[in-house]
Design a protein around this ligand. Sequence first.
Ligand code: MN
Ligand code: MN
Length: 356
Amino acid sequence: MLADRTTLTQYLIEERRRYPGASGELNALILDIALACKAISRAVAHGALGGVLGNAGTANARDETPKKLDVVANDLFVRCNEWGGHLAGMVSEEMEAPFEIPAQYPRGRYLLVFDPLDGSSNIDVNVSVGSIFSILRAPNPGASAAVTDFLQPGSRQVCAGYAVYGPSTMLVLTVGTGVHAFTLDPLLGEFILTHPNLKIPHVTSEFAINASTSRFWEPAVRHYVDECLAGKPGPRGKDFNMRWIASLVAETHRILMRGGVFMYPHDARNAAMAGRLRLLYEANPIAFIVEQADGRASTGRERVLEMAPADLHQRVAFIFGSRTEVERLEQHHRDHNLREYDAPLFGVRGLFRAAI
Ligand code: MN
Ligand code: MN
């Protein structure tokens, strides 16, 4: 049954052969990350039977109450990756400061940045969750990483990926040579290449946004969504579908598989906060994957991968997916954000009322 199949290990070794100078350390690191994802997949699959549902009970440093599985997943990432000698340091959404590689292990030449469990509000209702990771080069290989070492623009990532724990577990990966997806064979315990060279279609009629926050949106985003909702008789000339899973990994996976656009825009609830999603743990790795799949990833104002991070836990507005839709949204940010948009979505002069 494996005769015409490629495992993750085989894919990585064949990829490395194309670059004679490569050391193989990156491959070993990716396989350690894949092991963490397999272990998390097992914990997620056991669900209530494993006693891992519900809150961990202790608020973290950012006053969010992590789920038990957030803590379990973070620990699995740390344990699988601390000993290999490939890392100078790692940091995650769940850790206030970078994790110091224990003294007994050598420091390596890479940095690992991760969101151990994305979409964790979905755990207790048995909806897909995932893990997101990003690998950077350590500015000081062989030495313990400092906080500033992690503050590199996303364009410097050497690898990014995510695992989605859905009806099947998949690992989606880029090392800068396209995006490839592997499906976990749970009996073999191996990721098998099932979706080589994923490309996001440029044209779509599906968008994803949390519409309950529409009253806080900027004019550019309201304008875009209104155009979509106007459907066939509207300026877009076609009907759109809306999706919202509230799990970034699951939204990304759908968009990679069949196109679409995802928006978590800046909104006026907290003007000081640029957005909701984290630049290092979420936006950068997803943006790298999306661009490698021929899509586009933006804050609406700039390309995500060009942003210079100022803080480990920095948040950004995040818009990504099918190229033509993201470009349209960027154009709207240039054209429609300067004055107040006068057709609020559910307001008196909005499309719904106007159509009556
Ligand atoms: Mn997340
Ligand atoms: Mn998370």
